[in-house]
Design a protein around this ligand. Structure first.
Ligand SMILES: [Zn+2]
Length: 444
């Protein structure tokens, strides 16, 4: 293996990135300048990456770097996004969100964890390896989107371009899980949570019409009551729980880390998926969301005056679709549960759940090897993500998609994502660089 010198100054470089307010949801107010400046900044901070890798731009915001490898084997794709979510002006940050302050061994600011921290550790590893003359065993693509947070088209187009060119990635790695403490309340120790799938989402509008009139002599079933009844019928039991393979694997990994009665309990659950589905569904909240499609009524409307029965009413329902189901099957189930032909169901938007990536393949093993180098003793644990990532666009044509940023995130830090005082430790950035370097060096 080549000797690699790690360039110092990662915190300063991340600070420069944080100082560019690439807020995709505020594009109209802020303009494209921060995004263009970000592209220039990469060229300035990563001169070897910029000159030795080929850069293609797809849409105004998608960057695709191509690093030619030593063989024609299917490539590795490392993904991240450089846009960030807005900051609530009324929030009180310890350090201003776009100052890029470095203090107490951390870099503070919007995007340090989501997703400029995960992005910079990719670039650092590539730049350090290029400086040593390293050539990867297979082609490597760096795919950086500038509108992930607004469900923009950059990653869609990059995935489409690859597909058109007949490129089938061997491994795709994007944001998602992280190295976390106490992944479940009854599990001790650290774990590297690796997303092997992500749920789908569909938003439905339920609407009903009925006879309007004066509120003093109401008919039995008004439009408002129809909608209320329909929403009520969509209780948590609407969808049957089912345990994804990844969750059984997760529980099995945790059982080895646990002690006392929870060790036995986890072992039993890991071997009896049917039981896990029942137990997690009964727990409600996050455990329930892991094993089934969830339904949440988010908006309801109808009526304009306190004493008039409205002739129409509606409700908006947001579903997160479990792996193995589909938008169509979910809508069909909602229709059956509502049992009312006079309630119209309209699909406002939908995206399918991803398939589940394997954990017994060479790709997952490689992630484990790189973890062993950068985070000794931390095990890779598969799970299913509730949120959507850009990597879902690749799932249509490549089976090995994983969602993991090689950074340590405490529970408080995870809560700061999209929140207040987002920050990343400098020491974990260094480990993140080591993870990607190990991954690239061990590609075969
Ligand atoms: Zn993100």
């Amino acid at each position: 293996m080549t000797t690699v010198t790690v360039r110092p100054g990662i915190a300063d470089r991340l600070s420069r990135m944080i100082q560019l307010p690439t807020v995709s949801a505020e594009l109209d107010e802020r303009g494209t300048a921060p995004f263009e400046d970000f592209v220039s900044l990469i060229a300035e901070l990563y001169p070897l990456t910029h000159s030795l890798l080929r850069l293609e731009r797809h849409t105004a915001f998608g960057l695709l770097f191509h690093w030619k490898g030593a063989s024609d084997a299917d490539p590795l794709v490392l993904m991240a996004h450089y846009d960030v979510v807005p900051v609530d002006e009324s929030d009180d940050w310890t350090h201003p969100p776009f100052a890029g302050a470095i203090a107490d061994g951390r870099v503070y600011g919007r995007g340090t964890l989501d997703d400029k921290g995960p992005l910079i550790v990719v670039l650092e590893a590539v730049e350090n390896l290029l400086a040593s003359g390293f050539v990867p065993a297979r082609d490597v693509y760096l795919s950086f989107g500038g509108n992930e947070e607004t469900f923009g088209a950059a990653a869609v187009e990059i995935a489409d371009v690859m597909k058109e060119r007949g490129i089938v990635p061997w491994l795709v790695l994007d944001e998602g899980g992280a190295v976390v403490d106490a992944p479940l309340s009854f599990v001790e120790g650290r774990a590297a949570m690796i997303g092997v799938g992500e749920k789908g989402v569909v938003t439905l509008k339920l609407s009903a019409r009925g006879d309007g009139g004066h509120a003093s002599a109401p008919p039995t079933l008004t439009a408002v009551r129809r909608i209320a009844r329909a929403v009520n019928r969509l209780d948590p039991g609407t969808f049957r729980p089912r345990t994804p393979k990844a969750i059984s694997r997760m529980l099995s990994q945790f059982s080895e880390q646990a002690s006392g009665p929870s060790r036995l309990l986890l072992k039993i659950l890991s071997r009896v998926p049917f039981l896990t589905a029942r137990v997690f569904a009964a727990l409600g909240g996050e455990p329930a969301a892991m094993v089934r499609t969830t339904v949440a009524a988010t908006m309801q409307s109808g009526g304009t005056a306190a004493n008039v029965i409205p002739s129409r009413a509606s409700a908006t329902v947001n579903l997160r679709i479990a792996l193995g189901e589909s938008v169509d099957s979910a809508v069909a189930r909602v229709r059956r549960r509502i049992r009312d032909p006079l309630v119209a169901i309209e699909v406002l938007e939908g995206s399918e759940p991803s398939p589940e990536s394997a954990t017994d393949n060479a790709q997952f093993a490689l992630l484990g090897e790189a973890l062993g180098v950068a985070f000794p003793g931390v095990r890779p644990v598969p799970y299913v993500m509730m949120a959507a990532t850009d990597s879902r666009h690749f799932h249509r044509f490549t089976p090995a998609v994983y969602r993991f940023a090689p950074l340590e995130m405490s529970n408080a830090q995870r809560a700061s994502i999209h929140g207040v005082d987002e920050s990343v430790e400098v020491a974990t950035l260094e480990r993140g660089e080591a993870f990607h370097r190990a991954l690239l060096e061990r590609l075969h």
